[in-house]
Design a protein around this ligand. Structure first.
Ligand SMILES: [Mg+2]
Length: 269
């Protein structure tokens, strides 16, 4: 892993993003500092401004475990793509599959919401309905390890058996066959016709992008982690703004065709 803000890595990055790049970001722990209550998470204003500038110059994507509607409220700019639910929501062309995932989640929810369900007696455990996935939060449980074990025992009996994604004091349930962030990143690259993609994230689910080992995708992890498959790292969330600032300096030409034609028609006058 190379330090992304070293002169050598910045030069490599500058070469990499020269031709129609897709620039993709995770939210929590990447654009927004991790906070103890997820609903309090915010993208800092100065970073929002950097991202708005970037989105006017290049294709910007946001890939998050949050639902799209939730994520939208956190962003002060409109990315070209906003993918939620770890990749299960918002991928162009994936709408029919997403509807099938939603039906499965709805059937799980109906079962789990039953008043006879033992998990409902466990103080500090909450079930979040994200439509295309479900999430059991146990951050506020008195005994988090015991709560997690209880949740895992219960979800193992769901039909169909969910794909489990472990997060920070949360167990995410995804429908079998739901795409992960790596699948979503490749689908977005194909959809936008971009030649190259850069992805930056901080967590286990971002490793699905890092593990692509795809020459067209350059990956950056927030915080150095020796076991990570990412190409580069920044030292912490506090360096993400500087990273976006550097991208802004590298990506100077409008990538949007509409903008490009507007510029050329003006120039032709
Ligand atoms: Mg994250």
């Amino acid at each position: 892993m190379r330090y992304a803000l070293s002169p050598g890595a910045l030069a490599e990055l500058a070469r990499f993003v020269q031709n129609r790049p897709l620039l993709a970001f995770d939210i929590d722990g990447t654009l927004a500092p991790i906070v103890s209550r997820p609903w309090d998470a915010r993208v800092p204003q100065t970073l929002q401004e950097q991202l708005s500038r970037l989105a006017a110059r290049a294709r910007v994507a946001v890939l998050t475990g949050r639902a799209v509607a939730d994520a939208k409220g956190m962003l002060g700019f409109t990315p070209a793509y906003l993918v939620g639910n770890h990749g299960a929501e918002g991928v162009p062309g994936g709408e029919r599959a997403a509807a099938a995932f939603a039906r499965i989640c709805s059937s799980w929810l109906a079962t789990l919401a039953d008043t006879a369900e033992a998990w409902r007696e466990t103080h500090g455990v909450a079930l979040e309905d994200k439509v295309y996935s479900l999430a059991f939060h146990y951050r506020h449980a008195e005994d988090p390890a015991r709560a997690r074990s209880l949740i895992l025992q219960r979800v193992a009996r769901l039909d169909p058996c969910p794909v489990i994604i472990h997060g920070k004091l949360v167990v995410n349930l995804l429908a079998p066959g739901a795409p992960h962030k790596g699948d979503a990143m490749m689908a977005l690259l194909a959809h936008c016709g971009c030649n190259r993609g850069v992805y930056i994230g901080d967590d286990v689910t971002d490793e699905d992008v890092f593990r692509l080992r795809e020459p067209a995708v350059l990956t950056v992890r927030v915080e150095h982690e020796p076991g990570s498959a990412a190409d580069m790292y920044v030292k912490g969330q506090h360096e993400v703004e500087r990273f976006v600032h550097e991208l802004n300096k590298m990506v100077s030409a409008p990538s949007d065709n509409r903008m490009a034609s507007r510029v050329s028609s003006r120039a032709g006058r």
